[in-house]
Write a protein that binds this ligand. Sequence first.
Ligand code: S3P
Length: 425
Amino acid sequence: MDFHKVSHLAGEIAVPGDKSVSHRAVMLGALASGTTEITNFLQGADCLSTIGCFRHMGVSVRQQDGRVLVDGVGLHGLRAPSQPLDVGNSGTTARLLSGILAGQPFRSCLTGDASIQRRPMKRIMDPLSQMGARVESQAGNSCLPLEITGGKLHGIRYQSPVASAQVKSCVLLAGLYGDSPTSVTEPSLSRDHSERMLSYFGADVRSEGTTATIAPAPTLAAQKVQVPGDISSAAYFLAAGLIVPHAEILLRNVGVNPTRDGMLRVLEAMGASLEYVSRYQDGAEPAADILVRPSSLRGTVIEGSLIPSLIDEIPILAVLACFAQGRTVIRDAQELKVTESNRIETVTENLRAMGAHVQPTQDGMVIDGGYPLHGAALDSHMDHRIAMSFAVAALACEGTTSIKDAQCVDISYPSFYDDLKRLSR
Ligand code: S3P
């Protein structure tokens, strides 16, 4: 797909529902008693994979008038799937579902696409084994396909070596089936959507610092879930609004959970002009309307406990760093190596093809901004966030940028290119 420079970008946009919240709403809805009604559910391939997996375990999920209705079967009502559960490209489905499967009295198999079959699962195999489940990697490489033999679990106190919401959520979901409370402590706080939603569905979850603790639950109660817009999708329009010369974009209903809003804090440190037009909360998650206008940006340092709060936004922040004056240093982000692509490599490769001054490091990259980028032939490596980040870079570059496999945005934002086109002139 080809992209060109634009001079104007204006209008309002409500980005699709949050991916993390959409997955969790289906999962907890399936385990609850009663029908959960989800509005603004993200109809991206990853969340549809989650729905597919639960359907194979006997859960009815209906799409009705723009809402998703999940007829919960209760904590102990899932049926053994008659075939391997296919998580597609979705790490969140793989890791969170493993926690649920560990508590079921049946054997199941989880599989997925080529990318997910390379991503590390030892991080969930270890705690689930400590809790008493049998989790085996078929190829013996600690990756999918996984075979999970679940059953009664023990509560554990788990010290996670990584700040990962997928690991934390996996262990907390397994903790619903424990014989005593389960806690997870992480090196720094990752997104807390699971803690918020578990508590919204009636589970006893407490958070203190970087430790979350769950008590085994007798039942969960179905709820109405209003999914906020995904800040990770809004990120591309925030960036575009800052670098296209004549831009004014009003982003409606952006989820601004403080464990997810690191990009907003970094943008402010870089000198971005962001106006919070209104802030509100509907259910368990806060949201805001944000107006963005072009700004002169300066380089910054992105590191430490900030990293988990913007981990998915690093590719687009790296693009923005090229449009900022001075040096931007990204460190403590080694997790980028094990996302949908190795994002230290894929960001560096594509930025260099566009003429950027970027140096990859062990745990991030160093970018010297202020050198103009030019159009180039790029590879998305089938990574949705790489495709969207470079489609935005192309809007502020001379020449044509062509992106291979650009349609991989279907994973998290199927209408991304249509939305971008609607705002461009
Ligand atoms: C997610 C957590 C993040 C993020 C991913 C979605 C989630 O990964 O990168 O896209 O929904 O829990 P971590 O598990 O590394 O925090």
